[in-house]
Design a protein. Structure first.
Length: 275
């Protein structure tokens, strides 16, 4: 059975949705009035939000370039979002045309648009799966087709772990991905935080909770985010505001931020302990 009609039926234009709000904030066209309305309110409540989503994409570019230059040729980009200007496969395959990328998302709009964009594009695929079921991602046929877990892989978890509640245990999920990482693999994370602006972030979360939105983010502290990197070597400059990670542009240390960013590497001979 063709999955496309089923996915299209699942798209609900009346409920604001994280992937489409994010697309709108990045200047994309794959969004509806409900998404734009809530995103505009979010931007009004959190004036740095637009700069933050752009900084997140700029970080994706720097981090993917970095790990590709370090020799990585396989990427699993989980919570990949709607295709936008520069996507992981474009960044990686520019440096290494043989780089393989599997995009994973559970949003029907993302899957439909992702598949349309990737039709006929080399070693790249889209998997319809939920980060809260890491085992299903690791066993997914598209992941198995393109990813060899005996070789290093980069797991990208940008802007997604804050959609996993404490009850759903994001540490268990990331530990499962870490177990699948061959030595020399990378974990790349950005995560929503109120560390810099607790009142603003608290207000935004309350606003989203009261709106007809599909998902409400969970802000976490730097220490909580650092725990995702247990058993990994955290690369310099550490867990830092997203715009500061190996940035080639000057930035102000006073700049507001809503996302922590970090990159960890699985060492050779590390134990595969889960946390
Ligand atoms: C804010 S966007 C981030 C997009 C991209 N990773 C980036 O950082 O630019 C979050 C994405 O995570 C996806 N997402 C949210 N919860 C998810 C889940 N439980 N499983 C898979 N994807 C999920 C959303 O559909 C959305 O596309």
């Amino acid at each position: 059975v063709d999955a496309e009609p089923r996915l299209r039926r699942e798209i609900n234009a009346n409920v604001a949705n994280g992937a489409r709000m994010y697309d709108y904030m990045l200047g994309g066209k794959d969004n509806f009035a409900a998404d734009r309305e809530l995103a505009d309110r979010l931007i009004a409540a959190q004036p740095g939000a637009l700069a933050s989503v752009r900084a997140n994409r700029a970080f994706l570019k720097r981090a993917v370039r970095y790990v590709t230059e370090a020799g990585i040729r396989q990427f699993i980009d989980i919570g990949s979002g709607l295709p936008t200007m520069e996507n992981t496969h474009e960044i990686a395959q520019r440096a290494a045309p043989d780089a393989r990328v599997v995009y994973v998302d559970n949003d029907p709009t993302v899957i439909v648009h992702g598949r349309a964009m990737l039709a006929d594009i080399g070693p790249t695929a889209v998997a319809d799966a939920d980060v809260r079921r890491p085992e299903a991602i690791l066993r997914h046929s598209e992941v198995r087709r393109l990813i060899d877990f005996d070789r290093p892989v980069a797991f990208l978890l940008l802007g997604i772990l804050h959609y996993v509640t404490d009850q759903e245990d994001p540490y268990r999920i990331v530990a499962r991905f870490r177990e699948a990482m061959a030595p020399g693999s990378y974990l790349v994370v950005t995560h929503y935080t109120g560390d810099d602006n607790p009142h603003e972030v608290d207000g935004s979360i309350k606003m989203v909770r009261k709106s007809p939105a599909s998902t409400v983010p969970v802000a976490r502290t730097r220490d909580q985010i650092e725990r995702f990197f247990d058993h990994l070597e955290i690369l310099d400059p550490g867990i830092v505001p997203v715009h500061q990670w190996r940035s080639d542009r000057p930035y102000s240390l006073d700049q507001r931020f809503y996302l922590w960013a970090g990159v960890g590497r699985a060492g050779v001979g590390r134990s595969t302990a889960s946390s």
